[in-house]
Design a binder for this molecule. Structure first.
Ligand SMILES: Cc1ncc(COP(=O)(O)O)c(C=O)c1O
Ligand SMILES: NCCCCNCC[C@H](N)C(=O)O
Length: 365
């Protein structure tokens, strides 16, 4: 048995999401690119490649990883490219998307004939988190003024609009897109491609997939553009668990179980968005708060019900640990990083990466 903690990617669950992705691309005509900022565990890229068209990125390292390990079509985007990295970004990408007109002007000559895009910020979004809201006040994410974009439209091939966030409501997506069309149609008519970004929860059970596909197809036909989507979370939602062991138990008004992992180090989004992870089952009679092992008082994964009192050595699964986890893990408190393991469709489990003291030492100097 593998030593905990480890992230466990279930290929059967991943396959389910990938088949939905494939359905969307076949029925909408859109191309779907994996957003590496969410999930970049390249050991499973071979399983993903047949269902996705490539990757999109937010930095030089992501664009290189996508180009080298995933292939297909590689989009380069960054909130700001640096002079010393732009040539390598260009060498490892098929399209470059600038966040601002000033970045376009700075680098367009070096980009030569490479297809160029601009991030368009329509100033409206589906985000309920200010932290992840591209339309927040004073946002630096993209250009919103149609006149300023029209003034440079002949230098653009496309735009990227990322303004959804965990949006599981097709009607809301449709409404936001209609508002984008109303304000920016003169721009959209002059482009070859439009990326509608990520943040659309179309792999969630119950999502109105056929309406979604139809809407994307209609959008593409209206403007004569190739549509792209950039799913991160939708690609890996409910595919991965964080497998942990109980190290200690206590009662402090609530039953507590301390495990060999940490929210801050291994599932950081739980802290920054103040959410809790799916833990335990619906029916168990023994309720526990599952706590991380760092010194941070609020290092808590959440609460869950269990069939029996938890004991030291018990193994637990913390749910939905695929997106924004492995890419964000860190060495806080010197807690060992979870290994990364894959559960094959035949049920066998193999570790594809393990970490140790040397990795900790080498991350510092
Ligand atoms: C430009 C862009 N594309 C795609 C994504 C992926 O979003 P999600 O993981 O919510 O699908 C993000 C998230 O930051 C993004 O900023
Ligand atoms: N589960 C809490 C919200 C997660 C938001 N993820 C989206 C992050 C992405 N970087 C974005 O800003 O859109």
């Amino acid at each position: 048995m593998l030593q905990t903690p480890y992230y466990l990617i279930d290929k059967t669950a991943l396959q389910r999401n990938l088949e939905i992705i494939d359905y969307v691309r076949k029925n909408s005509g859109a191309k779907l690119l994996l957003a590496l900022k969410c999930f970049a565990t390249w050991s499973v890229f071979d399983s993903m490649k047949p269902y996705m068209d490539g990757t999109t990125s937010s930095s030089l390292y992501e664009v290189k990883l996508g180009y080298q390990k995933f292939g297909g079509e590689t989009h380069a985007y960054s909130v700001a490219f640096a002079d010393h990295e732009i040539d390598e970004v260009l060498a490892n990408s098929d399209k470059i998307i600038f966040n601002s007109i000033s970045q376009l002007e700075r680098f367009e000559a070096r980009a030569g004939n490479k297809p160029k895009g601009l991030r368009l910020n329509p100033g409206i979004s589906s985000s309920s988190f200010d932290l992840a809201d591209p339309a927040r006040q004073f946002s630096r994410l993209g250009e919103g003024n149609p006149e300023r974009i029209l003034a440079i439209i002949d230098r653009l091939d496309g735009v990227m609009i990322h303004n959804n966030c965990e949006n599981a409501d097709f009607a809301r997506f449709d409404e936001l897109l209609a508002q984008v069309e109303a304000r920016y149609s003169a721009i959209l008519h002059q482009l070859k491609w439009v990326s509608l970004g990520g943040g659309i929860s179309f792999t969630k059970p119950g999502y109105e997939l056929d309406k979604f596909c139809q809407r994307l197809r209609q959008f593409a036909q209206t403007y004569g553009v190739q549509v792209y989507l950039e799913p991160g979370e939708a690609t890996v939602r409910y595919t991965t668990t964080l497998e942990v062991s109980v190290l200690d138990t206590a009662f402090n008004g609530k039953h507590l179980a301390i495990v060999d992992s940490s929210t801050e180090a291994h599932m950081l989004d739980l802290l920054i968005y103040r959410e809790t992870a799916p833990i335990g089952n619906e029916t168990g009679e023994h309720r526990y708060q599952i706590c991380g092992k760092t010194c941070l008082a609020g290092d808590i994964f959440g609460e869950g019900n269990f069939d029996a009192p938890l004991q030291v050595g018990d193994r637990l699964s913390i749910g939905d640990a695929g997106g924004y986890t492995m890419v964000k893990k860190n060495w806080f408190n010197g807690v060992n990083m979870p290994a990364i393991a894959i559960k094959e469709v035949d049920g066998s489990i193999r570790a594809v990466r393990e970490f140790g003291y040397d990795d900790y030492v080498n991350s510092l100097s």
